[in-house]
Design a protein around this ligand. Structure first.
Ligand code: PLP
Length: 463
């Protein structure tokens, strides 16, 4: 079991990494002081580091390894495809069997009325495609002035210029600027911003913010509204039930395309194939990535409903857009096998009816812990809000410090949780067993206790 594929000393790898590798979203000064963790193997919900330590992957990689690590069927499918046709493009009147099969499969799995897909290499590229496609759509419709796109503060849509601009992360906007014609409205984050409103009343206020923005800018200038069904990177922010129905209504009333970024929510994460099903969203476009291949190979795309797709495919002329790796054969083979596994093992149904409710009940009980102001979970994605004095929703000073301490304890205890400010995030592989779920919950409990202990010692928390 403890087979380690790494034959290099950990310190050699860390030194070479520090010398030559620029990491995503990293402060290299502190990274190179602390050294990177070297992960060498994955199987199911577990990872192993270069020193042989087993760690439970509570984040499914980066919210993507829905079927768990190390499935041989995917490796075999990719191997076969690479021997058959390792690469060819889908430009210039060509196609190939795996891209056709995947497009057809996605049309079958997507909500009614979604029959077409544009492939990309990632979620960020999917959102770049969204930006260009919605503007191309309105130009084709004879309304080129409809070009503004509204996103949300603290939304995440990727890290390319369009992705970062559509997203609402101010730190990202400050580095390298923004694409033009993008605006942001407030997020439906009741725990932090709901004040004394009920969640339902707050949901309506946040949806109304879209209508106010539309009236300010003019519906005749707005192409689309983009949002994640549930904000992931922003902190697993599950919107109040009133939010999405009102957003649907506003987009339709003002003739604005609705884009549901399904990059995290898609492929079972919230207990249905689509976050849009879970939250009752009626989108026109759905960017996808992550769970599409369970992260085994890079692939993303944009699912397009017929009202947009019919226009793009007749009367729009050539859409000057595409990527060398759009519909890469090996990535399509990985995605196809991943979807086959999700279907044949009934993994999405299991999240909805069995392991999802099982985990949610145990997760909710963590809300009793003195450090936890709220415990929320939908499907198999959840958050714990750490606060100094419940039931007040007031935050710790120096936001993010306590989350970082908690995350370090979690790692030490053998569980990967992510800290977003002072929210602890979990998004495990959807294949997690009940025993593993029990283990995960026990590790979170221990981590919360260890964190409270550290905070008492450091004076952040009164005894
Ligand atoms: C991760 C993510 C993206 C970006 O995907 P990449 O593959 O990292 O480019 C876009 N949207 C959402 C909602 C995401 O979580």
């Amino acid at each position: 079991m403890n087979r380690i594929s790494n034959q290099f000393p950990t310190t050699d790898l860390q030194e070479a990494d520090a010398a030559h590798h620029l990491h995503p979203f990293s402060d290299h000064e502190s990274l190179n002081r602390e050294k990177s963790r070297v992960i060498v193997r994955g199987e199911g919900v577990f990872l192993w580091d270069s020193d042989g330590n087993r760690i439970m992957d509570g984040m499914a990689g980066l919210w993507c390894v829905n079927i768990g690590h190390g499935r041989r069927e995917i490796a075999d499918a990719v191997h076969e495809q690479m021997l058959q046709l390792s690469y060819y493009n889908t430009f210039f009147k060509t196609t190939h069997p795996p891209v056709v099969a995947l497009a057809q499969k996605l049309a079958e799995l997507a909500p009614d009325g979604f029959n077409r897909v544009f492939f990309t290499g990632s979620g960020s590229e999917a959102n770049d495609t969204v930006l260009r496609m919605v503007r191309h759509y309105w130009t084709t419709m004879g309304q080129p002035q409809k070009h503004i796109i509204i996103g949300r503060k603290n939304g995440y849509h990727g890290s390319t210029l369009a992705g970062a601009s559509l997203g609402g992360m101010s730190g990202m906007h400050a580095q390298g600027g923004m694409a033009e014609g993008i605006r942001h409205i407030r997020q439906p984050y009741w725990f932090d911003e709901g004040e004394d409103l009920s969640p339902d009343a707050f949901g309506l206020v946040c949806a109304k913010a879209l209508e106010i923005e539309i009236e300010l800018v003019g519906a005749d200038k707005i192409a689309a509204f983009i949002a994640e069904p549930m904000q992931g990177a922003g902190g697993v922010i599950i919107p109040p039930e009133t939010y999405w129905p009102e957003i649907n209504r506003i987009c339709k009333a003002h003739n604005i395309l609705l884009v549901a970024d399904e990059v995290i929510c898609g492929f079972g994460r919230t207990g249905n194939w689509w976050g849009s099903e879970t939250f009752g969203i009626e989108p026109d476009l759905m960017p996808i990535a992550k769970g599409l291949s369970s992260g085994y190979l890079p692939i993303g795309g944009v699912l397009v409903n017929d009202s947009v797709g019919d226009v793009i495919t007749s009367g729009g002329g050539e859409f000057y857009h595409g990527f060398t790796y759009s519909g890469h054969p090996a990535a399509c083979a990985a995605a196809l096998k991943n979807l086959e596994i999700l279907q044949s093992e009934r993994i999405v149904e299991r999240v909805r009816d069995d392991i999802g409710p099982y985990m949610q009940a145990k997760w909710a009980a963590l809300g009793e812990h003195p450090l936890v102001g709220e415990a929320r979970m939908v499907g198999l994605v959840g958050a714990l809000e750490l606060v100094p004095e419940k039931p007040s929703r007031k935050r710790f000073e120096n936001e993010g410090t306590i989350g970082g301490i908690c995350r370090d304890h979690s790692f030490k205890n053998g569980l990967i949780m992510r800290a977003v400010r002072d929210s602890m995030i979990i998004s495990p592989p959807l294949t997690i067993t009940k025993d593993e779920a029990d283990m995960l919950i026990a590790l979170v409990e221990k981590t919360l206790d260890d964190t409270a202990h550290s905070l008492r010692k450091s004076g952040h928390l009164s005894a």
